[in-house]
Design a protein around this ligand. Sequence first.
Ligand SMILES: NC(=O)c1ccc[n+]([C@@H]2O[C@H](COP(=O)([O-])OP(=O)(O)OC[C@H]3O[C@@H](n4cnc5c(N)ncnc54)[C@H](OP(=O)(O)O)[C@@H]3O)[C@@H](O)[C@H]2O)c1
Length: 310
Amino acid sequence: MSLYSMLAPRGANGFGYGSTAEDVTSKLDLHGKTILVTGCNSGLGLETMRVLRKRGAHVIGTARTKQKADDAAAGLGSQSGPFTGAACELSDPKSVRWCVAEIQSKGTKLDAIMANAGIMALPKLETAHGYELQFFTNHVGHFLLVTGLLAQLTDKGRVVMTSSEAHRRAYEGGVQLDNLDGKKGGYTAWGAYGQSKMANILFAKKLAKKLEGTAKTANALHPGVIRTNLTRHSSLAAIAMSIASPLVLKSVAEGAATQTYLAVHPSVEGVSGKYFSNCQILTPRREAEDAALADALWTKTEEIVASLPG
Ligand SMILES: NC(=O)c1ccc[n+]([C@@H]2O[C@H](COP(=O)([O-])OP(=O)(O)OC[C@H]3O[C@@H](n4cnc5c(N)ncnc54)[C@H](OP(=O)(O)O)[C@@H]3O)[C@@H](O)[C@H]2O)c1
């Protein structure tokens, strides 16, 4: 816990900057719930999985390979809730589709889908299937997964998209739909990461609209700034994080709180289409609330997904 965590205010729901995933679930019994968490082998995904299982939930944890997911679960020791590991390499449509098919074939019902996995601030333009790699991994891969699993959601099922305050650093316009391969130039590590995280919020907004009239919800969130493996591509960010960590950064336990809260807490039942930080609603950058941009991104992503192999 940082100095700031101890002093930070809490909202009317009793939660805030210093709340942990254990805090937001302390009064909850999650036996009988099934929750899918992407990126379960590291950082926030690993802590989220640990706490959900501690409260009794069955976690379907995905990682780039099933081995990675299984090893991560084994590393946590025995927990109250069961675990199912699955491969879901988000930059490989075949892997994502296989994961979807596996869950569909078992008829598993999901109380929440947590799109947590992500990559950040790649120093140079990299692509997958012709699209900038952060956009593809963080947005397109999760689009394929979540839309493929919508029929598996329970009546009150929740979709939780882990975005970032870095969405505010997205390129001009929020998402540059005419430059998703980055070939028109202007690539920057943070502009591209920000764009992918803007896409996470727009996806949640549009999905929330599609889910209107049901009790299913979709929300996005910023987890805080936490020292994890996410800085592996940005040595500057890694250095900054190691200096700031004890003073202002969240711990991993705190970083996992908001996504865990959105996935299971009763106080957000029926709340949809919002962006959260510190377990409270926050107003995102203007473009993240642009319904026309959310529509256009959804249509464009459907076209991308339809053109992918496998
Ligand atoms: N940490 C922060 O300060 C912070 C701030 C704002 C938002 N976030 C967001 O929080 C989420 C979790 O990040 P974290 O901090 O926990 O980082 P992390 O420790 O690096 O965990 C990221 C997870 O995503 C997985 N992943 C990356 N690329 C993937 C791919 N192509 N296919 C499948 N899985 C992939 C990683 O797997 P491997 O280990 O195999 O690479 C890992 O399990 C991310 O969406 C991130 O954008 C974090």
